[in-house]
Ligand binder design. Structure first.
Ligand code: KMT
Length: 177
């Protein structure tokens, strides 16, 4: 089950891979209000899971691959994890289904505060295009995920400030009331 909470930025600056857990919990409804969607599927049985396959079909998630983030298995680990943790947007949805391990997606709320979303096995998270976010591996330094995408994948990240992008403008129009 996914957990989410407001971040204490001072704690993060000491160690980005620490949960930096606070008492300020965030619910799935709160996440939905900023366009972040959560689903749960059995990561050991997902291939024949009707709901998983119908979600993929309904959303047009035709592309799928796996990545594992871990110092030993990722050749450019330092560069990649640094990039993931730098605040950015994408022009498309970011869809990640966690097969194993643990990590944190930090997303900005409409007051520009960081919400930390802990993802573990069975969690599927969808970040909308244009949301400022970043990713940190947790202290165990291991996560294995499926990346889904609509059509040909584009992994380009636009680092903040990226307010001029159409997708960012669309995002703020939709969620900043
Ligand atoms: C991204 O684009 O920020 C990522 O793919 C994060 C790593 S997936 C757990």
């Amino acid at each position: 089950m996914v957990r989410a909470w407001y971040l204490d930025e001072k704690l993060v600056s000491q160690n980005k891979s620490d949960p930096c857990l606070t008492e300020e919990n965030v619910t799935l409804d709160d996440l939905l209000k900023i366009g972040v969607e959560y689903f749960e599927f059995d990561a050991d049985e997902y291939e024949n899971n009707e709901e998983y396959n119908s979600l993929k079909k309904k959303r047009g998630y035709s592309y799928q691959d796996n990545i594992t983030i871990n110092r030993c298995s990722m050749p450019n680990y330092d560069e990649m994890t640094e990039r993931f943790f730098k605040e950015h947007i994408h022009q498309d949805e970011e869809i990640r289904f966690i097969l194993d391990g643990c990590g944190y997606f930090d997303v900005r709320d409409t007051n520009d505060r960081w919400i930390r979303v802990e993802v573990t096995k069975n969690d599927l998270l969808v970040l909308p295009p244009g949301i400022y976010h970043r990713f940190a591996i947790d202290n165990s330094d291991y996560i294995k995920v499926i990346r889904l995408f609509q059509g040909e994948p584009v992994w380009t990240a636009f680092f903040r400030p990226a307010d001029e992008f159409e997708e960012r403008k669309n995002y703020t129009t939709k969620y900043y009331t």
